[in-house]
Design a protein around this ligand. Structure first.
Ligand code: NAD
Length: 473
């Protein structure tokens, strides 16, 4: 399979998708190694992950190069790699807290007590997208490994270069290699993995999520879906407008808007709209493309060329329906083979436009005004998605009071898109943004475990119900 370089447009990387029989054999190997991995205990599993962290640190340059070629951007890639190292430590700590010995429990029957236990699923299949290839291939993998499962990861075919580095690093830790592998391939390989695994963690579009959900239902295996978003930000009159403009600009344009949790809709109270929009436009207009030098400029290329059509279509639809551009451009630009989208502030937008309804996945900042809190809440919730959102106000209490009414699993207060950085808060995705328990915080470990109970009779007397049966007989 040929892979396009997002900076040059050249198909300069070739890889072979793993054939279905090879995938089946690998899955079976990983599943048979899982009981030992689990039996070895959490301390041993944490030690293996710490050993892998050291190997990954040695591979940092190779990983950075591969990911930069995959995505065409720099600072987000460095952040992704840094977050990987800190996330291994964080998950080891969460797992230690989570797997504290469970005391036995008394029951209503005095001579019976309960001992709870956790039983991990065998093989977890992780299927991930192209927008944060490293982070999203590991966000479920690390807790699944710590929970005692083995894992096969199938990253996106759009960003496959880093797979080689990951597998090389895994090979250097023999205990890990038995229970973790990355496989290359497209949707066909992803679909084949759904047929092999005992549990699926899928991150990607809502459209593919539906297919994965249906295939998992046929096999009656659990599936966790983390899907698209259309996150709103609400700015109340009491908010600090410099902070709101700076945070929202970051939340909308980081990774060139290619994040599920990007701020894609901005609602501002009409009393402060002019001042806020001026500040937001000023900030957005200062951001530069990184087309000349990957280390200069905040805005990288659009990673996946098919996404360009969606961004252009949303812009065209908005402009035809009366939207006005304050800064930015009418469509993506082709520069030296790479597609770039300038941060674009739009006003005169409304909910009849695709730009306010469908996931755009570009650095577009459409702003609408509202005149009271009820209207702000109604507009924010007028979406098929419910991933996350942001509220800005003069006090935390005021922002939280409004945030309680916004449909979504994580609401940033007086900042935007904080789930990009803060992975400790437990949250679920609402509406079409996903299904399943939290993927963040210690409770995320529960997704990979089944519960088992030992029901223990403590005395040596026959139980009253067996005595009754004996009498009847
Ligand atoms: P996608 O759905 O096209 O692909 C995601 C993965 O699924 C890829 O690895 C792909 O090869 C695989 N796949 C495709 N067809 C499959 C099938 N039938 N069975 C199994 N696997 C299959 O998504 P994308 O374009 O790579 O990613 C962008 C989307 O991901 C956006 O909608 C974005 O919002 C979403 N996303 C969500 C989160 C979140 O946490 N909620 C995070 C990042 C991205």
């Amino acid at each position: 399979m040929n892979t396009r370089n997002p900076r040059t447009g050249e198909k300069d990387y070739f890889f072979s998708a793993m054939p279905a029989e090879e995938l089946a054999a690998l899955c079976s190997q990983a599943r048979s190694a899982q009981p030992d991995w689990n039996e070895n205990g959490l301390t041993a599993r944490s030690a293996v992950l710490q050993e892998w962290k050291l190997v990954l640190q040695q591979e940092k340059t190779a990983l950075l190069e591969a990911l930069q070629q995959d995505t065409g951007r720099s600072w987000e890639t460095k952040l992704e790699i840094d977050l990987l190292f800190s996330s291994i430590d964080r998950w080891c700590k969460h797992a230690e807290e989570f797997f504290e010995p469970i005391p036995t429990k008394k029951t209503q029957i005095p001579f019976i007590r309960l001992q709870q236990d956790w039983v991990p699923y065998g093989l977890v299949g992780v299927i991930s997208p192209w927008n944060f290839p490293l982070l999203l291939s590991l966000i479920d993998t690390i807790p699944a490994l710590l929970a005692g499962c083995s894992v096969i990861v199938k990253p996106s075919e759009v960003t496959p270069r880093f797979i080689e580095v990951m597998n090389r690093s895994i090979s250097k830790v023999p205990e890990l290699k038995k229970v973790l592998r990355y496989v290359a391939g497209d949707g066909t390989t992803g679909a084949a993995l759904v047929q092999e695994a005992d549990l699926i963690c899928f991150t990607g579009s809502t459209a593919t999520g539906r297919k994965v959900y249906a295939a998992a239902a046929e096999r009656m295996i659990p599936v966790f879906l983390e899907l698209g978003g259309k996150d709103p930000a609400i700015v109340l009159p009491s908010a600090n407008l410099d902070i709101a403009a700076a945070s929202i600009c970051w939340g909308s344009t980081a990774n060139a808007g290619q994040s599920c949790l990007s701020i894609e809709r901005i609602y501002v109270h009409d009393k402060i709209a002019h001042e806020f929009i001026t500040k937001l436009t000023e900030r957005a207009s200062q951001l530069m493309l990184n087309d000349r030098d990957i280390e200069e400029g905040e805005i990288g290329p659009i990673i996946f060329d098919k996404q360009v059509q969606i961004i252009d279509e949303h812009l065209k639809d908005a402009l035809e329906k009366g939207a006005e551009i304050l800064t930015g451009s009418r469509s993506c630009e082709l520069i030296n083979g790479g597609y770039y989208c300038r941060p674009t502030v739009l006003v005169n937008v409304n909910h009849s436009m695709k730009i306010m309804q469908e996931e755009t996945f570009g650095p577009i900042l459409p702003v609408m005004t509202f005149s009271n809190k009820e209207e702000a809440i109604r507009l924010a919730n007028d979406s098929v998605y419910g991933l996350s959102g942001a509220v800005f106000a003069g006090s935390v209490e005021e922002a939280m009071e409004l945030g309680k009414h916004v449909t979504g699993g994580a609401i940033s207060i007086n900042d935007a898109a904080l789930t990009a950085i803060m992975h400790e808060g437990e949250k679920t995705s609402f509406k079409l943004s996903g299904i399943g328990g939290t993927r963040m915080g210690a409770a995320a470990l529960k997704r990979f475990l089944r519960q088992k109970v030992f029901i223990i009779k403590e005395n040596v007397e026959p139980s009253p119900w067996t005595i009754q049966l004996q009498r009847k007989a």
